[in-house]
Design a protein around this ligand. Structure first.
Ligand code: ADP
Ligand code: MG
Length: 695
């Protein structure tokens, strides 16, 4: 039997371990560093490093690594052993404060968007004491931020920490009006992670999955998700064993893995942790994804984190549940019992409404990727149009306020389960709307547009920054008002801002065509592709925002945009080349072989005086599709080459979407049709049916 409390955090250098292992004064000094963001002295660092090393060695560690999140989207690590030569050809295990605090990975191979030229490739990693170190695979992992020597940000953690600071400062200004002075305000996030599991032996036969993480070909299986029997369905033994193993590994590393269930599509599942501070949630989500992939191997499975591994089957997302709370434990998005009188809540809520409306572009582009382009707007994920769901109660309240009318609190309708022993439950007045990109769900917002593979840092930087900026403008305005007039002034502010931004509120069905038209009338953005969304990144409004909050300089914004555009082009290019290769090397040869079999058969039957109508028709179809697929392959390879020669990055990315991706879709249609007419034993790789239905 597993004793979860004992297992939990057993590989983490957490507060309890620090208290046990550090001298009192050092522990205190470290805590004040963590809580107040103060600099750590070299004496303290030396003691902490030594204690950390001794603890890590007991846990089986031989190496340490500065673990960081470069702009590649995955984490990076370089292992160094604790080994240090000593007298007589022996060694001792050593780890100094300096090594703990600062590392110098060779930064030249990480994307910097032109922030560093190779001759000044040096970047350094700096220990982030707000996220615990841990031991995994005999290595002590030290969470770090990654910056260049000239101070430019090269990673995802640094701007996230900066955005958290901005948000905290801005929120504290607002709380002061209510006589509250907590130390800090912190955003918390619970990311719900979706993934697919497929048998490893089949995966190995699909070069598209191996190279690109998604299937570039594949006809719809006879049974997809039509029966809706997978969602929350019985978990198959092989999958359950994997999930149990996964939970245990995550618990050891201090990840609050909480919920696990089957998802909508066959072979699709979800893992949700209990929410934590966004910085830790980000580290833990990266860790979760890495462990998901690694453990799958042990179970002869492969974990697919791509947003759309299978066309025509539900894709994978990651819901980002976001709230803000004070160091005194108050959730600032908690409406409380008497919504009408909760002025503080209304101020924060209005700030979020304004922030989302003013920065729709930033939210949209923060979730943009080649993979996620397959989901957004495909009636399974929220549309590319950003809007907010507030629920009837809050919307009513805001509308009555805006119309200067009296508001009476709604009471939830009684819902009866019809079963005697099950208590009557009240209808949640903030009933869920599963189609909304940004939904208020009682005491938090759920941003649902994230793709499953995404590093959650970027969307959270955007939310934090956007809300912080608006809170600052609210504070600027309200700080000028006399205390006696504060209530009136803030009510007026809420009314004014709600009226100015209520176009972003939409409680209806986001999948309906009518919404697309309505959103256009409201002037909301509909950024359909990654290149289109990214083109907004360095607009003056956004550059000014990041500069004002000291999150990015204008150079850093442009670097990030370039990295993302480049990455998009690379992904599309790799996919295009892989498609061409599979078509020429596997699909067309197989189809040609089949057509030869048919032709031989027809010739033999005809010689015997038997008409072979079915064979003839099939042969004609196959021959026709071979020609179509061949032509489409030629065209794809031509446009791919032409687009690659574009000198302007934005133009190249735009064309990758409008030309290369379009040509890929065309080629796929012919090949998928071939799959449906070919005999199973002649098709060169496992089909959707094989991959999805037999775990
Ligand atoms: P679902 O959305 O599947 O119905 P829940 O709403 O219970 O599930 O929770 C989803 C995620 O939201 C979990 O990771 C949970 O820890 C997180 N969550 C719950 N409350 C908060 C909060 N106040 N702030 C941030 N995340 C939260
Ligand atoms: Mg959810």
């Amino acid at each position: 039997m597993v004793k979860v409390p004992e297992l939990f955090g057993s590989m983490v250098f957490n507060e309890q371990v620090m208290r046990e292992r550090l001298p009192k004064d050092i522990y205190k000094a470290l805590q004040s560093t963590i809580k107040a963001g103060k600099h750590i002295s070299s004496e303290v660092a030396d003691v902490v490093a030594n204690a950390m090393k001794d603890w890590a060695i007991e846990k089986g560690a031989t190496h340490y690594t500065h673990w960081f999140q470069p702009m590649t989207g995955v984490t990076a690590e370089k292992h160094d052993s604790f080994l240090q030569p000593a007298d007589g050809g022996t060694v001792i295990m050593n780890f100094s404060g300096k090594q703990l605090i600062k590392g110098e990975p060779d930064a030249s191979s990480f994307p910097s968007g032109g922030l560093r030229s190779t001759f000044e490739a040096r970047g350094y990693t700096a220990w982030d004491p707000t996220s615990y170190a841990f031991v995994k695979d005999s290595v002590l992992y030290i969470p770090t931020a990654f910056v260049s020597y000239s101070g430019q940000v090269l990673d995802k953690k640094t701007p996230l920490l900066r955005s958290m600071d901005s948000l905290s400062k801005a929120a504290l200004r607002i709380l002061k009006f209510f006589g509250k002075t907590p130390d800090r305000v912190t955003p918390s996030v619970g990311p719900e992670q979706e993934y697919f599991l497929i048998p490893r032996e089949l995966y190995k036969k699909r070069p598209d999955l191996i190279i690109t993480g998604r299937t570039l070909f594949g006809a719809k299986p006879p049974k997809g998700q039509e029966l809706d029997d997978h969602y929350f369905g019985n978990i198959k033994t092989r999958v359950l064993e994997y999930m149990e193993d996964l939970d245990r590994e995550l618990w050891k590393l201090g990840v609050y893995a909480k919920t696990r269930h089957n998802e909508v599509a066959p072979a699709q599942h979800e893992l949700a942790p209990i929410y934590s501070t966004v910085n830790i949630a980000t580290d833990h989500n990266q860790l979760t994804m890495a462990i998901m992939r690694k453990l799958a191997k042990k179970h002869d499975l492969v974990c697919l984190l791509h947003e759309k591994p299978f066309a025509g089957v539900n894709g994978s997302g990651k819901h980002n549940n976001w709230s803000i709370s004070t160091s005194d434990g108050e959730n600032l998005l908690e409406p409380g019992k008497d919504l009408k009188h909760n002025l503080q809540f209304m101020l924060f809520l209005t700030a979020v409404i304004k922030a989302v409306d003013e920065h729709q572009d930033l939210l949209r582009l923060s979730v943009a990727s080649a993979g996620n382009d397959h989901r957004l707007g495909a009636n399974e994920a929220p549309p590319a149009i950003i809007s907010m769901f507030l629920g009837d109660e809050i919307t009513d309240l805001l509308e009555t306020l805006a119309a200067d009318k009296e508001y009476s609190n709604r009471v939830g309708n009684r819902l009866s389960t019809g079963v005697e022993s099950v208590p009557i439950i009240y209808e949640d007045t903030t009933d869920r709307n599963r189609t909304s990109p940004f939904a208020f769900t009682g005491n938090k917002f759920e941003f649902r547009s994230l793709g499953s593979a995404l590093n959650i840092a970027c969307p959270n930087i955007m939310i934090n920054a956007a809300v912080a900026d608006v809170l600052n403008t609210f504070a600027d305005e309200l700080e000028k008002v006399k205390a006696a007039d504060f209530k009136k002034a803030s009510a007026a502010l809420i009314k004014r801002e709600y009226l100015a931004h209520r176009r972003i509120v939409f409680n209806g069905d986001n999948y309906a065509d009518a919404w697309r038209e309505e959103a256009e009338r409201r002037g909301l953005l509909n950024l359909k592709s990654t290149p289109e969304a990214l083109s907004y990144y360095d607009r003056p409004k956004n550059v000014e925002l990041f500069k004002r909050l000291k999150i990015y300089t204008d150079k850093e914004v442009r670097a990030r945009k370039d990295i993302l555009l480049e990455n998009y082009c690379k992904v599309i290019n790799i996919e295009a080349l892989t498609m061409c290769e599979i078509t020429l090397k596997q699909i067309l040869p197989a189809a040609t072989e089949f057509s030869t079999v048919l032709a031989d058969n027809i010739a033999k039957l005809t010689a015997l005086g038997i008409t072979a109508t079915a064979q003839r028709e099939t042969l004609e179809t196959v021959a026709g599709l071979i020609t179509d697929a061949y032509n489409a392959e030629q065209k794809l390879s031509e446009v791919q080459l032409a687009v690659k020669n574009e000198s302007d990055l934005q133009t190249e990315a735009d064309k990758c979407y409008s030309e290369v991706f379009a040509a890929m879709q065309e080629l796929r249609t012919y090949c998928d049709r071939l799959e449906t007419v070919m005999p199973k034993n002649m098709w060169p790789f496992p089909t959707y049916g094989d991959l999805l239905l037999y775990v």
